[in-house]
Write a protein that binds this ligand. Structure first.
Ligand SMILES: *Cc1c(COP(=O)(O)O)cnc(C)c1O
Length: 430
């Protein structure tokens, strides 16, 4: 008994490295991995230390099923304030009438809208996966594809841009209840106003999934979809640079349906510690500093794109309006998978992707998707990205000199350190 008491006493105050050195070491290894390579995955980012603090905070202990002022548990007076602040900030940042900040992630935000707006079997018109859509917009094996009737629109074979005539024709033919714009691998601006015209013509609801480009919207560098949409969904961990989570914005007339869809419709207790982090993320996103960061994300994407094209690589649509680029490898000897692996050898982390009309399966793909948010967060400017682009081009050339390319990436990482001063997870210093 005495031994057990001592152990329990110890656990009440011990840090992770004492309790579980195996995991603490792996967390430190992951920190070093993030520091020692250049993160070009367009959906990833490096969040703020203030967000880490909120995510690791005490509301993780709290049950708060329901909404501020209407909870099913006692002791919610403080988390009510936290969640109310997060809601108000989300509304003011994006000009929305209503916000639900409880979705655990982007896929749950989309599920929340579908549950609010649709019945099983209803028709959704969304962008096809190989044209840049997202699996939660109707992939057959995803809940979306299993519960709803999915019709997909693509992009034009020549321009790789959304073909609005096709969208309208499909909308007229299939009469969807919901049209979705926005995706995961579309490098150009999403024109929600044009989708609105189509939705109005067939009396459909319109949702924009801005999971990727929400940070650009917050900074005024991408048109805000909210004025044209019934629903807008997003993640907070991509360009928005916050915690791994999601949220829903909607018109007031759908507020009750959305709130009921999330709870009790599909989630239990909200993650109030993550909601605290979302509040901090929204506060940061309102600042001039955040606008400067997003401007640099955009400038870096243009600089990288120009360098890749000068080096002979094809880009879908010939460039970008956003933070992401799609390298089209169909005119080269590379598959997406092989290119991803080669770039990994020179410490450039990217992901393979299908391109529109791809003849290769998604596990191989003919494209590589790259983005600038994460590296920009560690301070990369246009010159740094021209160097990244040059290394990419050389790594994908015949017989590259890999050790030399590796050294150039090491030099960039050393010049732009990630989380300088943070020593990892070896001590219990909060
Ligand atoms: C990333 C993404 C999501 C899903 O987000 P998760 O947080 O991974 O669930 C949804 N929609 C789009 C367009 C995305 O890019």
């Amino acid at each position: 008994m005495a031994v057990a008491q001592e152990t329990l006493q110890h656990l009440r105050s011990a840090g992770l490295s004492e309790v579980d050195p195996e995991i603490a070491e792996l967390l430190t290894a992951e920190l070093e991995r993030q520091r020692g390579q250049i993160e070009l995955i367009a959906s990833e980012n490096f969040t703020w230390p203030s967000v880490f603090e909120a995510v690791g905070s005490v509301p993780t202990n709290k049950y708060a099923e329901g909404y501020p002022g209407k909870r099913y548990y006692g002791g919610c007076e403080v988390v009510d304030e936290i969640e109310s602040i997060a809601i108000e900030r989300a509304k003011s940042l994006f000009g929305a009438e209503h916000a639900n900040v409880q979705p655990h992630a982007g896929a749950q935000a989309n599920m929340g809208v579908y549950f609010a707006a649709l019945q099983p079997g209803d028709t959704i018109l969304s962008m096809k996966l190989d044209s840049g859509g997202h699996l939660s917009h109707g992939l057959k094996v995803n809940f979306s594809g299993r519960l709803y009737t999915i019709v997909g629109y693509g992009v034009d074979r020549e321009t790789s841009l959304v073909d609005y005539d096709e969208v309208l024709a499909l909308a007229k033919e299939h009469r969807p209840k919901l049209i979705i714009c926005g995706g995961s691998a579309y490098p150009r601006a999403i024109e929600a106003d044009r989708f609105r015209e189509i939705a109005d013509e067939v009396d459909a609801l319109l949702m924009c999934d801005m999971a990727h480009f929400a940070g650009l919207v917050a900074a005024g560098l991408h048109p805000n979809p909210m004025p044209h949409c019934d629903f807008v969904t997003s993640t907070t961990h991509k360009t928005l640079a916050g915690p791994r989570a999601g949220f829903i914005l909607c018109k007031e007339e759908f507020a009750k349906d959305v709130d009921r869809a999330i709870f009790p419709g599909m989630q239990g207790g909200p993650l109030e510690h993550t909601i605290a982090a979302k509040a901090a993320c929204f506060k940061i996103a309102m600042t001039d500093a955040f606008r400067d960061y997003q401007s640099q994300v955009r400038a870096n994407a243009d600089a990288l794109g120009e360098t890749l094209m000068q080096g002979g690589l094809d880009l879908l649509t010939g460039g970008t309006d956003t933070h992401l680029l799609q390298i089209d490898l169909r005119n080269s000897e590379w598959t997406g998978k092989d290119a991803e692996e080669r770039l990994h050898e020179v410490k450039l982390t990217v992901n393979r992707n299908t391109v529109p009309f791809d003849e290769r399966p998604p596990t191989i793909g003919s494209g590589v998707r790259v983005g600038t948010p994460a590296a920009t967060m560690r301070g990369f400017d246009e010159d740094d990205f021209r160097e990244v682009g040059t290394v990419m081009v050389e790594a994908l050339a015949d017989a590259p000199e890999l050790p030399g390319l590796n050294a150039r990436i090491d030099a960039l990482c050393a010049k732009r350190p990630l989380y300088p001063g943070f020593r990892g997870y070896t001590t219990y210093a909060a």
